[in-house]
Design a protein around this ligand. Structure first.
Ligand code: ADP
Ligand code: MG
Length: 703
């Protein structure tokens, strides 16, 4: 087979697209499906049978043997349980493959082992998966064969959401309903729906698979827990946007092809700041599908990497001392008549609807900064947010020069009559054209930045699902829209009322706007002065889920019940404790079984060398110095391992919950650092050929 293909031919070939449905379904059924997709409601059982049959025929023609309800439990990754299409053979022993509407719509995995935060006891384990008709079914092909994947939501017997998709879908409906009230106020009578669009930029690292397998910390924790810095990091800025190395290029090529077949619009690829770090960005799409596709992207990256003798590291901080990975979540709202509510146009000062939307978003972000922070919390992200690198754990909004100036005018005078325009960029070279500039430069350190016609939420971790973040954004914006609409719908003079409201919101929430350097210590102090929360750890962020304001917010819009929120908070503590426990145990194991034995061997070589030098009448002083240096570090290692063993056992003995998580954070994590230090020091002293694991140099510079 030729290595070349036409993207137009392969795109979506593994997806049961609307186009395929149109071809394969009777017209009445197709129209019914389309109506349910667009407006909600339920498919009749007869039609569901027809759709299931067509889906199965298409899947089987493409080699599928099984189907699965594909869902997103609270682990943050996806889950599947395969069922073959086979039925009882007929009396002649012939097999007929079947897939019914009932099987398409509802599944009941015995999924009692997923985290539920106390929502389900294992003896009451019923959970249902329910077909999400808005996200297309697709074929997954791997060593298991070809599997038809049906995207589904996952709920408990009593109707509580046990997954990330259900609340997301609820939040999309909430923001749509409230956004419609806003556009109606401005005379839009035609739109019937407003959809959040999302484009997540995915960062990742690649590492040689054989080396990866020799690092237990990478295998068990997804990141290095030990490792002295390589002589070179990212300080030369020569990796960012650099030429893509052959091996990485081959990975990207296969990845793109696979993603295009799966209907994922992989668009942009480049090298990122750190050595062996890269990025992939798809074209934005409906939030729900963007979330599913981001899961597919992460899964496909892992699969293709393995085929290429590589391993894809999605962890937020695989290596100390160089940049970690995140996911920039680009978000906007578009009406079904095609208007992006976040597009200011050329004269934002005159676009009153945009200014109201902007004011509402600023209010939403300021009122619920803690929730946004929480929505991006995961264990790996602890090493990015509020730690050594950006974005900081403090939520603020970057608007850019043009909008900030408009906001200032509005606050000062209640009206804005002009805005800063971009103008021309003079290149100073006659053969280069002068170009139109954007009105605003970019800011790279802001956690919530306005970028032209969308907001970019930059806190989400690279390994995390983007569902929580988008659920939070949709919901807080729905609330702000709702409050504004409540006020404006009853106003006698709309023009006056809307101006007053915009001015009020902007004045009240101007403290959330910040365009300076988000990495600086000065900002930490300034934010404190402004009263903005700075929630440094995920254990502290978790309670934002169950604050009275949050419960009120989520219950008001039917996104989460109090019980669902409490369960999610529990899961945060449990996940954190379990993850740190794994990291601590991995460190203990590596220290005892790899590092200490290697160092002891090296000591023996040194000791024998000292003796033979002495026997030969030479000067053994230098070797003696090295020997005692190594010995001193080794004593520190031993002491630190014993300490880590002790505090880990104590934390583990506590019951699951916040206290346990705090114990892991405040006692185990510092003990891990204490162990890492002497081991990393030894790495710089011991003969490299005797060091038991690949080093940062080997891992980052030999991909
Ligand atoms: P950058 O911000 O790095 O310059 P792009 O402008 O290409 O990059 O956008 C990054 C991501 O934002 C892409 O996934 C892109 O599809 C997405 N995006 C662009 N416009 C919108 C929009 N209106 N709403 C949501 N996402 C968008
Ligand atoms: Mg961007």
């Amino acid at each position: 087979m030729s290595d070349y293909y036409n993207v137009e031919d392969v795109f979506g070939s593994k997806v049961f697209t609307l186009g395929k449905m149109k071809e394969r379904l009777p017209e009445t059924v197709f129209e019914e499906v389309k109506a349910v997709m667009e407006k909600g409601g339920e498919l009749s059982r007869r039609s569901a049978d027809v759709v299931a049959g067509a889906m199965k025929d298409w899947a089987v023609e493409n080699g599928a043997t099984h189907y699965t309800h594909w869902f997103q439990p609270l682990t943050g990754i996806t889950a599947e349980k395969h069922d073959a299409f086979i039925t009882h053979p007929d009396p002649y022993g012939r097999m007929i493959m079947e897939f019914s509407g009932k099987e398409l719509i509802k599944g009941e995995p015995d999924a009692s082992s997923f985290p539920s935060g106390g929502l389900r006891a294992t003896f009451e384990a019923r959970g249902y998966t329910v077909w999400d008709i808005t996200s297309p079914a697709f074929l997954k092909e791997d060593a298991t064969g070809v599997i038809l994947c049906v995207p589904t939501a996952f709920c408990s017997y009593t109707g509580e959401a046990l997954d990330k998709k259900t609340p997301l879908l609820r939040s999309m409906e909430a923001v749509s309903a409230q956004a419609l009230r806003i556009v109606r106020l401005f005379g839009d009578t035609r739109s019937t729906k407003v959809t959040p669009s999302v484009g997540p930029e995915q960062e990742y690292f690649l590492v040689d698979r054989e080396k990866y397998l020799r690092r237990p910390d990478m295998v068990f924790a997804g990141r290095t827990l030990f490792g002295a810095p390589a002589p070179k990091g990212q300080e030369m800025d020569d990796h960012y946007f650099g030429a893509i190395r052959e091996r990485v290029g081959a990975f990207m090529k296969d990845l793109n092809l696979e993603l295009w077949k799966l209907g994922v619009t992989a668009k942009t690829q480049h090298n990122e700041a750190a050595p062996a770090q890269h990025e992939l960005a798809p074209i934005y799409e409906t939030a729900n599908i963007a979330v599913d596709h981001n899961q597919i992207i992460m899964e496909t990256m892992k699969k293709i990497a393995e085929r290429k003798g590589l391993h894809c590291l999605l962890n937020e901080k695989p290596y100390n001392g160089v940049n970690g990975s995140g996911k920039h979540n680009n978000w906007s709202l578009t009406t079904d008549t095609g208007v992006n509510m976040l597009d200011p146009g050329d004269t934002p000062e005159a676009n009153i609807q945009f200014l109201l939307v902007l004011a509402c978003i600023l209010k939403a972000v300021d009122d619920h900064a803690d929730l946004l922070r929480q929505s991006a919390a995961n264990v790996g992200n602890e090493h990015r947010l509020g730690a050594d690198e950006a974005p900081p754990a403090i939520i603020s909004v970057f608007l850019g020069e043009q909008l900030e100036d408009v906001v200032k005018q509005l606050i000062e005078t209640g009206a804005a009559d002009h805005s800063i325009q971009g103008g021309k960029l003079m290149t100073g070279v006659s053969t280069l054209s002068d170009i139109e500039k954007d009105a605003t430069d970019r800011n790279r350190t802001s956690p919530f930045a306005f970028t032209g016609n969308k907001f970019e939420f930059r806190m989400v971790g690279s390994s995390d699902s983007i569902a929580d973040a988008n659920t939070a954004i949709n919901t807080i914006v729905a609330e702000a829209f709702c409050d504004a609409a409540d006020e404006l719908e009853k106003a006698d003079n709309f023009e006056l009322a809307v101006h007053d409201l915009i001015k009020k919101y902007l004045s009240e929430h101007v403290r959330i706007i910040f365009s300076g350097d988000g990495y600086s210590d000065a900002w930490v102090k300034e934010a404190e002065r402004r009263g903005l929360p700075n929630i440094r750890t995920m254990v502290d962020a978790a309670s934002a889920l169950t604050s009275e304001e949050s419960v009120k917010l989520f219950e008001r819009f039917g996104i989460f019940t109090r019980v669902e929120l409490e369960s999610r908070e529990e899961i945060v503590y449990e996940t954190y404790s379990k993850s740190i426990n794994i990291e601590a145990n991995t460190m203990i194991g590596m220290a005892r079984k790899l590092y200490i034995p290697a160092v002891v061997k090296y000591e023996k070589v040194l000791a024998e060398t000292v003796n033979s030098i002495k026997d030969a009448g030479g000067d053994s002083a230098a070797v003696g110095i090295i020997l005692s240096e190594v010995g001193a570090e080794l004593s520190k290692v031993l002491k630190a391992v014993e300490n880590l063993e002790k505090v880990t056992a104590e934390a583990k003995a506590l019951p699951f919950g916040k206290d346990q998580a705090v114990s892991y954070r405040d006692r185990v994590v510092p003990a891990m650092t204490l162990l890492r230090e002497p081991v990393d020091k030894l790495e710089t002293l011991v003969d490299k050929r005797m060091w038991p694991v690949p080093t940062y140099e080997d891992l980052m510079f030999e991909v």
